[in-house]
Each structure stands twice: as structure tokens, then as C-alpha cells.
Design a protein around this ligand. Structure first.
Ligand code: ZN
Ligand code: ZN
Length: 378
């Protein structure tokens, strides 16, 4: 029986290896669009301008909620605008998000291992926390490296971590552009953007030069908010300057040399990153920005959404297909056929009579084009 269990677990891990992709996200705090991709000369972002030919940028990416960091960064994490709650943690006052973050979804659903789910930023005395959500929460938070004084230090930490641990999901937060903007010194602000631009380039080069990451990694870059249209030293209102932000993505599944004009918003960021990790952000309101992906990537990744929540199995199928959902116990023994029949394309859901089961089960979804197992607790 033990052999059978091993064989079955091996089968699952091979399946997820095939679809697994690495994702590196970079947040440049408070760069206004008019100084990044909104500037036709791209004076401050020569590297990202060059990189954009290998990837996609969105010309209509917006902060659609609060244009300040303490709410926009949690929205970037959580794939929706989440309330935050004051708390005291390790002796410091801080806040945690009410909704689960992408880190938690990834950790719980993929169990990726030590140092595979990593958040890097400069040293901050009282870090903002992810959620204590009943389904996710603290045991699924990322490994956080909060060290150094500036964006260059964050780059150094990032490169060491990539080299040493090869995280599958890496979130890099660069704070200096916003800080320089608030100083009111235009030169400092522009220099900080140029440094962030070169850091994005360094991280992309590191990805390309590491066999673990090369050709298997998507990088996504955005901002939490911009700055006032008429006064770059501040932000926080709903003016165009505060709302309009950049979005750049590169990777094997991302369209090359493509500019998308479809309007997109902050909650879409994490949900799109999660789709590449094959993670489902069940409580998020954001949408997958499918227009940035190549057609084959969409077929391979987006249509494989398959998850269980509160008595129902949800899944998308691309074409009308024969669908079979079988249930196995943890030893790999088939115990039930949940569904066997023809289903139409699009979103489908099927009810499970949960009162009949108690424990951990494997559900295996089989369509004409793919097979996918998931683990559920009933
Ligand atoms: Zn900010
Ligand atoms: Zn404003």
C-alpha cells in the first residue's frame, strides 16, 4: 500500500512540475506614469523600454482604489481591495490584511518548500502583515527578507536569494522612488526611477543567466500608485497622475513586443501572477489579464483552473468535452466517480455530497485535452 501511495504522490508531483512556472514580481513604489511608459522618450526607463520589446506593457493600468501605499500594496498582494486591521506584532504596531494574499494561496495550494515563497524589501521596523484568514493565515506567509537601506541593497539581497534558494515565487518591493518623490527634489525622484529601472534589468538578466529560471520564469513589474498630476511631491487622491501606473510583463508565456490598451486594475495583478503559478485565488475579485499571454499559454494554463470550495468543484474547460471526475483516497484507491459525461465549454461546477466523506482525498479531473489531480479535505 505504501508503494502505491508513493507512486500516486509521484504522479501528482510530476503533473505539477510540468505546469509549474516561476514568477518574479517587482513593485516600484510611487512612480508616476508620465515618468515611466507614459513618457514617449522613455528617458528615465531605458532598460524597461528595451525589455518591453521582449514582452507586454499595458498602457491603461490603473490604481482603482486608494492611491496610497498602505492600502494599494495589500490590494496588489490580495487580488482585491482588502480592509486592513491594526495590530501589535512582535512589539510593534502594524496592520494585517483581512483577505488572504497570493503568498498564502501559493503556500497552501502548492506547498512549495522552504525559501520558495519569498518577499524581499528594505529594512522596515514594523512590517505590514499578510492575513490571519481562517482558511489561510500565518502558517502560509512568505519567507520575508527585510534588510538593507535602499533599493540597491534590496537588489543585492534579491540576487543572493535567487542564487541560493531559487524561490518559485518572489516578490520584490522597491521603496526609494516614492521616498524621493516626497522629498520634492525632482532630480532625486528621477534618479530613483533610473535606479529602479536598472534593478529591473539586473533581475531579468539574473533570470536569464540561471538555468533554474531561464525560459521558465515570468517577471511582472508595476507600481502601487502614481503621484499627483500637478505636484509630484505627493499622492493619495483620484487624479490621473495618482491613478495611472505602469505594468510590464516578460516571460515565455507573455506576448512579445505587444502593447495592450485594455484597461486593467490593481486587483488583476496578483490574480494574473497566480494563474502562472497554477494557483487559484478563490476570494480575489481581480481577473486574469489573459490578453497579455500567447494563445498556447492560455490553453495550457488558464483553462486548467480546477478547485474545490464548500461542497463544489469548479473548473473551466476550453471546448465541449467528455469530462470525468474520479475520487481517490490518500492511498491512491479509487473510491468514487463524481461525474462522468459531456460538458459545455466555459465555467462549470459540480456538487459533491460532502457528508459521505471525511478526510483527505484526491480528485482527478480528466477532459479531452488534459488531466489534473487536486487534493481536497472533506
Ligand atoms: Zn506607495
Ligand atoms: Zn493626485
Amino acid at each position: 500500500m505504501k508503494k502505491l501511495l508513493l507512486a500516486f504522490l509521484l504522479f501528482i508531483s510530476i503533473k505539477s512540475l510540468i505546469t509549474a512556472q516561476n514568477v518574479v514580481t517587482i513593485i516600484i513604489d510611487g512612480a508616476r506614469y508620465t515618468e515611466t511608459f507614459g513618457d514617449p522618450s522613455r528617458t528615465n526607463i531605458p532598460y524597461m523600454n528595451e525589455l518591453s520589446h521582449q514582452g507586454t506593457y499595458i498602457d491603461n493600468f490603473y490604481n482603482d482604489g486608494y492611491t496610497y501605499t498602505s492600502r494599494a500594496v495589500p490590494a496588489l498582494w490580495c487580488g482585491n481591495w482588502t480592509n486592513v486591521t491594526d495590530t501589535t506584532y512582535n512589539g510593534s504596531s502594524t496592520q494585517y490584511t483581512e483577505m488572504p494574499s497570493i503568498f498564502e494561496y501559493f503556500e497552501k495550494q502548492k506547498n512549495p518548500g522552504d525559501y520558495k515563497n519569498v518577499y524581499v524589501l528594505k529594512y522596515i521596523n514594523s512590517l505590514w502583515l499578510q492575513s490571519f484568514h481562517q482558511d489561510y493565515g500565518q502558517s502560509y506567509w512568505p519567507t520575508t527578507f527585510s534588510q538593507g537601506d535602499n533599493d540597491e541593497d534590496v537588489l543585492e539581497t534579491t540576487l543572493q536569494i535567487m542564487n541560493g534558494f531559487h524561490p518559485q515565487f518572489l516578490w520584490v518591493y522597491l521603496a526609494d522612488v516614492d521616498h524621493a518623490g516626497h522629498s520634492g527634489n525632482w532630480n532625486e525622484y528621477v534618479i530613483a526611477i533610473k535606479i529602479a529601472d536598472s534593478i529591473v534589468n539586473e533581475i531579468w538578466s539574473a533570470i536569464q543567466n540561471d538555468p533554474f529560471y531561464a525560459d521558465n520564469t515570468t517577471m511582472m513589474v508595476t507600481n502601487d500608485h502614481g503621484r499627483h498630476t500637478t505636484d509630484f511631491s505627493g499622492h493619495g487622491c483620484s487624479c490621473e497622475g495618482c491613478r495611472h501606473i505602469m505594468f510590464l510583463a516578460l516571460g515565455p508565456q507573455v506576448k512579445q513586443n505587444y502593447i495592450s490598451t485594455q484597461q486593467r486594475i490593481i486587483p488583476d495583478f496578483a490574480v494574473t501572477a497566480a494563474s502562472i503559478l497554477d494557483v487559484d485565488m478563490e476570494y480575489a475579485t481581480g481577473e486574469i489579464m489573459s490578453e497579455i499571454f500567447t494563445t498556447s499559454a492560455i490553453e495550457n494554463t488558464l483553462n486548467k483552473k480546477f478547485y474545490y470550495n464548500q461542497g463544489k468543484i469548479y473548473f473551466n474547460i476550453e471546448k465541449t468535452s467528455a469530462v470525468k471526475i474520479e475520487m481517490f483516497d490518500i492511498t491512491g484507491k479509487k473510491i468514487d466517480v463524481i461525474f462522468n459525461g459531456q460538458l459545455n465549454s466555459g465555467k462549470n461546477n459540480i456538487q459533491i455530497n460532502t457528508s459521505e466523506y471525511n478526510g483527505i482525498y484526491i480528485l482527478n479531473l480528466q477532459t479531452n485535452t488534459y488531466t489534473k489531480p487536486i487534493k481536497v479535505i472533506l
